[in-house]
Design a protein around this ligand. Structure first.
Ligand code: SF4
Length: 185
């Protein structure tokens, strides 16, 4: 059964792993654009992008430059650290994501019943957590499952803080991808 599940997963991968270009971007450029669209302010950097792509910093910078040349991404000075730059998706980049080849798979997942979607989410999350331990790697995920998130207060007085960056987080921040995520054990 495990092998059958793997075969299904592998066959679904052709929506995000492919040869050549789709709508003018390679699979890695799509991956980078998708990441930058959903990443939090600490993770929109060339270093975090490299870590997400499993690429060298120089390869990630080349991918970012290709997206920049197409007007999908711009480089801006970081509000957190003036010596660093952040990679921000442009309005055109946001619009371009409507052509993302992975949207075909997203639509199939969205068509599942809420309960099925939730079980799939939790099951894949557990599988990935096991892989993180086995491969001693970090993967990007959202704050709500991170050991560095501190929550206080309730209702309108609810506050979120990141212990790693020592910064306050908005509720929206806690739903964005972070390359520095560390799962709760
Ligand atoms: S709480 Fe974790 S996931 Fe959220 S910003 Fe901090 S390190 Fe990243």
């Amino acid at each position: 059964m495990a092998i059958e599940i793997l075969q299904l997963l592998v066959q679904s991968a052709d929506t995000w792993l492919f040869e050549g270009n789709l709508s003018g971007l390679s699979d890695r450029e799509w991956m980078a654009l998708r990441f930058l669209a959903g990443a939090n302010r600490f993770s929109r950097t060339p270093t975090a992008l490299a870590s997400f792509l499993g690429a060298t910093r120089s390869a990630a910078s080349q991918i970012a430059a290709a997206l920049q040349n197409k007007g999908l991404v711009v480089r801006k000075p970081s509000a957190e650290d003036k010596r660093s730059i952040v990679l921000c998706i442009t309005g055109e980049g946001e619009k371009f994501l409507e052509r993302d080849p992975i949207n075909l798979l997203r639509d199939q997942v969205e068509a599942l019943e809420a309960g099925e979607r939730s079980r799939l989410h939790d099951t894949l999350g557990r599988v990935l957590t096991g892989l993180d331990v086995a491969k001693r790697r970090h993967r990007a995920d959202v704050c709500s499952r991170c050991m560095f998130l501190v929550e206080s207060g309730e209702g309108k007085d609810r506050h979120f803080k990141c212990r790693l960056f020592r910064k306050s987080l908005t509720p929206k921040d806690t739903t964005l991808l972070c390359a520095y995520f560390e799962g709760r054990s």
